[in-house]
Design a protein. Structure first.
Length: 143
């Protein structure tokens, strides 16, 4: 199984969609707790609409997002705290169920996990894949 990842930090919706299309991605799996953004085009409705116009599906899996205290740790560069907090998140029943859904969606068609951070090493999407899809080939995209 191949899973793509992409962050929208420092990019536009059009650039993000172009990168997804160039990679052959057919579905975006949004792994943000709150699919809101101050960046134009990246709140849930606007993003889903732009992706749909480009022929790319959109699914939001809220339980795979980072809790508020994990996001605060990430902003402060406390990666060990982020890892600990996010590991706890992934133990919740809803997160376990949504991780299984994510794997199924990614196996069905080329899919990309989406979050804010440009660099996957600083984002929970890498922690997510290490925890629940360590057998997957991960391809990090940059827009």
């Amino acid at each position: 199984m191949k899973i793509f990842t992409i962050g929208y930090e420092k990019t536009t919706q059009a650039e993000l969609i172009a990168a997804l299309q160039a990679a052959g991605v057919e579905r975006v799996i949004d792994v943000r707790v709150l699919p809101l953004s101050r960046r134009p085009g990246f709140s849930k409705t606007a993003l889903a609409g732009g992706l749909a116009e480009a022929g790319i599906g959109y699914v939001h899996l809220r339980a795979l997002g980072t809790p508020a205290d994990g996001r605060a740790a990430a902003r402060k560069g406390r990666h060990a705290d982020l890892e600990r907090i996010y590991a706890g998140q992934l133990q919740l029943p809803e997160a376990i169920a949504q991780a299984a859904i994510m794997r199924g969606l990614a196996a069905e068609k080329p899919s990309a996990l989406l979050c804010y951070e440009r660099e996957p090493a600083g984002c929970h999407r890498s922690l997510l894949l290490d925890a629940v899809a360590s057998d997957a080939e991960v391809v990090d995209l940059f827009a």
